[in-house]
Design a protein around this ligand. Structure first.
Ligand code: PLP
Length: 417
């Protein structure tokens, strides 16, 4: 019999407080203070091939810090109003640390006994704000859109999907995967599609967007046309439903058959957290429910093994409550309004159109947006292509953003050097 002792590789799976402290120290050190410029650094230095032997864990963190932490976008910085990617509150990412350490799998009740319950409870908290009966977590709104159209095909036999030409590319992907014919519909000048109430939508899922990726436009949600299935892609703007002040901008959403939105956008969550909600959740879930020999509970939807992404969101909602979340949305909306006014009041700049969902699209009247963006050297504004014309796009997803700072920096980038 082999009596050799088993090497202590399992030590790696204990809670290593010193390592966690080291990770926190490095994280903290990489944060650029509010009033300092964000340094531009080169990328990650890694060998071409997998290392043959390993190195000490704290050394690994030190080596990776320069490539990962110090070159990362400073999403919390006052200048950052560029993308739909918020900084995450500490309560969310510390809960995500638990999630990563526990590695529960929602697929198996015995591996995630209470995490499944927690996910269901968070859905129960959220669904009523959208007039929906239930739903489930998915990793992003690409999957929400695919799941919604899958349900529409299974339950209502839809053969086509009609969406505005400004809809996110994920709807085309979903149509291709599901074998649905895709119809791109014209919008008005403000990028809003109003589905024709008199058209025959008999075999067509009507796909509406609440907050387009280019300009944040909201399709006409009220009244809805008569169609076998109506899905609302509220990936970005969905969380406005939690705001007393702004919920009514999405009035009509509650009459849809399904709604999807990304919690990792305007609910300030780490990536991988989105929801697909259904009016009739039970029948939708039944239509996409699979059981296998090794599963003790049916697997609902597209995703197999799944992390408990509801955990950081539950922690955030317990910490902020609905009021705290609404306060964040309202504050972001006020920042977008402030930036819009600064642009509007300056004779050298112009606005593309209205700012409905915390997104401001603007440009200098003579210097091309791409030139301004490259002179800025910082990812403080993004670019959006509108019918072949480039504009600057500012997204208010950063509670620490300072619209005056952003405007000033862009203004400086338009001056001769
Ligand atoms: C309107 C809209 N729909 C869908 C998506 C896709 O979401 P995700 O990147 O979470 O898959 C996005 C992403 O920006 C979006 O803005």
């Amino acid at each position: 019999m082999d009596t050799k002792p088993i090497p202590a590789i399992n030590q790696e799976h204990q809670v290593d407080r010193l390592l966690v402290e080291k990770a926190l120290d490095l994280l903290e050190a990489s944060r650029v203070p509010r009033d300092e410029p964000v340094p531009l650094k080169d990328g990650l230095e890694l060998t071409e091939t997998m290392p043959e032997s390993g190195m000490e864990a704290s050394q690994v963190l030190e080596q990776m810090a320069s490539g990962v932490l110090e070159t990362s976008a400073q999403l919390h910085h006052p200048g950052f109003m560029a993308h739909m990617d918020p900084p995450t509150p500490s309560v969310a990412w510390t809960a995500a640390l638990w999630q990563a350490a526990l590695n529960q799998n929602l697929l198996h009740p015995d591996v995630a006994p209470k995490a499944r319950l927690l996910s269901e409870r968070v859905v129960t908290w959220i669904a009523p704000f959208f007039g929906m009966g239930g739903g489930h977590f998915v990793p992003g709104s690409t999957i929400s859109n695919l799941t919604a159209l899958w349900a529409a095909r299974e339950l209502k036999g839809v053969k086509k999907v009609a969406a505005s030409k400004m809809a996110h590319l994920s709807v085309r992907k979903a149509a291709d995967i599901l074998g649905l014919e895709y119809q791109a519909m014209e919008t008005d000048r403000q990028h809003r599609w109003t589905p024709d109430a008199d058209s025959d939508w008999n075999d067509t899922a009507v796909f509406l967007t609440a907050g387009t990726v280019a300009t944040g436009a909201i399709d006409a949600l009220n009244p809805m046309p008569k169609a076998p299935w109506i899905h609302i892609d509220a990936a970005w703007a969905g969380p406005m439903r939690f705001s007393h002040q702004h919920a009514s901008r999405l009035a009509g959403i509650e009459t849809a058959d399904s709604v999807g939105f990304s919690a990792h956008k305007w609910m300030y969550q780490p990536k991988g957290a989105a929801l697909i909600l259904f009016k009739e959740a039970e029948s939708a879930h039944q239509a996409m429910s699979y059981g296998g020999g090794y599963l003790s509970a049916p697997n609902i939807g597209l995703i197999g093994s799944a992390p408990a992404s509801a955990l950081p969101l539950a922690a955030t909602l317990l910490h902020w409550g609905r009021e705290g979340l609404a306060e964040h949305i309202d504050s972001d909306m006020a920042k977008a309004e402030r930036l819009k006014n600064l642009v509007d009041e300056h004779p050298d700049f112009e606005l593309w159109g209205p700012s409905q969902t915390g997104i401001v699209v603007w440009k200098h009247k003579t210097i091309p947006a791409s030139e301004v963006r490259s002179r800025l050297k910082q990812a403080w504004v993004s670019l959006t292509d509108i019918e072949g014309d480039m504009w600057l796009r500012s997204v208010a997803a950063n509670p620490g953003a300072d619209p005056e700072f952003v405007f000033q920096k862009v203004l400086e980038a338009t001056k001769p050097c």
